[in-house]
Design a protein. Structure first.
Length: 138
């Protein structure tokens, strides 16, 4: 039996149709680190690191990841922007990560709102490492 929905949740769910209409029904999904590593190795996803440059220099980044700091996501990932990275396509699945998962969750939601059809939040950089992902020094 499903638990009753609280007043706050009811209010939020009343407007979910708006989010679906804007994003074409897409939503941010979680992905298992091992699955992300396998899909990246097979070229099935675009991997994006939204951490800042100092963080990358301190720890490295995932092999093959695009570096798009959170502050530049709207400019570098929006298909309508002249600065949109050529490596990105709204039709190819995108997996984002940051240090702990909070910034990548926000960036992932932005991509959904920009029309990306399949968007995943991996979580933090350590999730990539624990999934067996290769690390490159920057």
């Amino acid at each position: 039996m499903k638990a009753p929905v609280g007043a706050h949740e009811k209010e939020f769910s009343m407007f979910n149709f708006l989010r679906s209409a804007v994003s074409g029904g897409a939503r941010v999904q979680k992905i298992d680190p091992r699955e992300a590593v396998a899909k990246a190795a097979a070229g099935e996803i675009t991997l994006i690191d939204v951490r800042d440059g100092m963080e990358l220099r301190a720890s490295g980044t995932a092999k093959g990841a695009l570096h798009v700091p959170l502050a530049t996501v709207k400019m570098k990932c929006d298909p309508s922007s002249p600065e949109c990275l050529k490596e990105l396509s709204v039709d190819k699945p995108v997996v984002l990560f940051c240090a702990m998962g909070g910034r990548s969750a926000g960036a992932a939601q932005m991509l959904v709102e920009m029309g990306y059809k399949e968007v995943y939040n991996l979580g933090g950089f350590n999730d990539w490492v624990s999934g067996g992902g290769a690390v490159v020094r920057v």
